[in-house]
Design a binder for this molecule. Sequence first.
Ligand code: SF4
Length: 461
Amino acid sequence: MTPSEIISTTAPNLAKRVYIKTYGCQMNVYDSARMAELVAPLGFIATGTPRDADLVILNTCHIREKAAEKVYSELGTIRRLKTAKAERGGRMIVAVAGCVAQAEGAEVMERAPCVDLVVGPQSYHRLPELITRVLRADGAGVLETSFPAEPKFDFLPEAAAPRGIAAFLTVQEGCDKFCSFCVVPYTRGAEYSRPVMQVVAEARRFVGGGAREITLLGQNVNAYHGEGPDGREWRLGELIRQLAELPGLDRIRYTTSHPRDVDDELVAAHRDVPQLMPFLHLPVQSGSDRILAAMNRRHTVTDYRRIVERLRSARPDLALSTDLIVGHPGESDEDFRASLDLVADVRFAQAFSFKYSPRPGTPAASAACQIADDVKSRRLAELQLLLSRQQRDFNEACIGRTLPVLLEKPGRHKGQLAGRSPYLQSVHITAPANRIGAIVPARITAATTNSLAGSLAEAAA
Ligand code: SF4
């Protein structure tokens, strides 16, 4: 019996619904879309609510403790819905995917017995077969968190569905860097890069489906080293140049990058490729060499400053974003001040800053010199004040300028559309709904810390 036959016997003649909830990063957003495509041939159509779903997939994030706890709290709600459905004679399969699944698979099943299936991020291409196993197991949970030898991308169906005007495309997964605080090398495994032509073919399909902007994704995207059509390993800069040849692809971005993997080819791509947007998320994590060493970041503050200089000489209008952690074990006041100094010098257009939170199994979690929570909170508040001032200054400096804005969706107010500037700022302008999908010149008239407002400057491109 095929998986679709087995599922059909559970609810004959009815369309089955899959509800997928995505937590965390854009890579999970991409994975969720692929999961929906994987289960579609089994007869599952997407639904926006778990209430009457036949299959619920929570695609989880493990980067912070709070993210994992949110999953357990959601599973409490799902358990009640599953019980109610069973009382009506139906069946709901509950699957936990993503990084919590990988890191805490057995614990998930123990803490939440309503879960039928736990599947790690490297195994979700096997979802149809695993769902079959769940149905055959009749009550016993199925746990699949191995790192299969075969790259999952070779087994996923073609991502043919349009992903909207701005699409995400995973080109690289996993990480070999082992930063002291990070679970990714344990949950996503070793670095893997998709072959160049596989990426190009997927990008072409996205553009054919209406995408004008593609963000290339990877846990460490600029460690990309995919097999090129000439048999050589291509780095990210070369891949970007190749993608820029695609007619109709107007904007290219990539995230998340590591300073150590910024090579000359990538810097040159920022200089030469107009489709590569002048915005880069380049996490630094700390402004202290002592803490960077403790974090096993494999770069110094001076390295970071030099990389920023090289990038800004190549692309003078490049706007930078970063990640910063305060209160990593051992961080002194002096180390923290060094982070403030670095931020003050580099000036970021955006940033994500967090209090260090220990992730089980990572080296920093068992370090002796943990920082008290009130100290972390104080440092974070001070850092965020500086960062949000910089973000507001950056946005306010756009007032009076005309920026090309890719209009993506209706805005919050009637008659308004929302889109993105080249610098990834959210921009709201008054424009007719039929301009969605266009890149229009927008005259910026107002700015807040988080967004810009403006008006259509002239006829749309
Ligand atoms: S480079 Fe990024 S993904 Fe890799 S271990 Fe460090 S923080 Fe995690």
